[in-house]
Design a protein around this ligand. Structure first.
Ligand code: VGL
Ligand code: ZN
Length: 197
């Protein structure tokens, strides 16, 4: 049985000074590094968008944080962030990336955003992470990272729906907290059977 640590999007653009900065996003890095030793697998996710991605407000000549209706449902329009191979898409310099068994990228499809590490925002296109975890015998997951209310939330809920035993270590997450999103995310995770610790 493998208990994996899933580290969500600890990237420069989500840290102070980044394009989609999460308050105190950098303050979880040391704690995440320290936690890695407690797990039999460490997996990092990396938000990885092509320039002109459909989730960018600039692509739609719209205001950042406005909403748009996509074929797969409502989508928040974000500032340009985590563009492939830029400094903003790189992991925070202090994150212990050497310890990772797998780095899984998401959001590379120009037409579909991907908050979850398991499925794109159409809720059907898989990233392949489920198969990776199952073939490694993983039953239990602990999630940490950025942002609590978007990519951590969507990943945790999908993982629980897929039947994994899921805990989110809230002390090692930070939130965007936009328009009530953090409270909604917490309620949704609990509803899905995720343990918030
Ligand atoms: C994220 C918004 C857009 C996240 C990624 O990592 O939570 N949020 N892309
Ligand atoms: Zn993104």
């Amino acid at each position: 049985m493998t208990h994996a640590l899933l580290v969500i999007d600890v990237q420069n653009d989500f840290c102070p000074g980044g394009a989609l900065a999460v308050a105190e996003g950098d303050q979880i890095v040391a704690g995440i590094n320290a936690a890695m030793g407690d797990f039999s697998a460490v997996i990092l996710t990396q938000d990885w968008h092509p320039a002109g991605h459909s989730s960018f407000a600039s692509t739609h000549d719209a205001a950042p944080m406005s909403m748009v209706e996509m074929p797969y449902g409502p989508q928040v329009l974000w500032p340009d962030h985590c563009i492939q191979a830029t400094k903003g898409a790189a992991f925070h310099a202090d994150l212990m990336t050497d310890r990772a068994d797998l780095i899984i990228r998401k959001g590379y499809n120009p037409a579909i955003d991907s908050y979850s590490a398991f499925f794109e925002n159409d809720k059907t296109t898989p990233t392949g992470l489920e198969g990776y975890l199952r073939t490694r015998g993983t039953t239990t997951l602990t999630l940490v990272g950025l942002a609590t209310d978007f990519c951590v939330n969507y990943s945790a809920v999908d993982a629980a729906k897929l039947g994994f035993d899921v805990t989110v270590n809230m002390a090692l997450c930070r939130a965007i907290d936009f328009d009530g999103s953090l409270d909604a995310a917490k309620a949704g995770m609990i509803e899905a059977g995720v343990t918030l610790s």
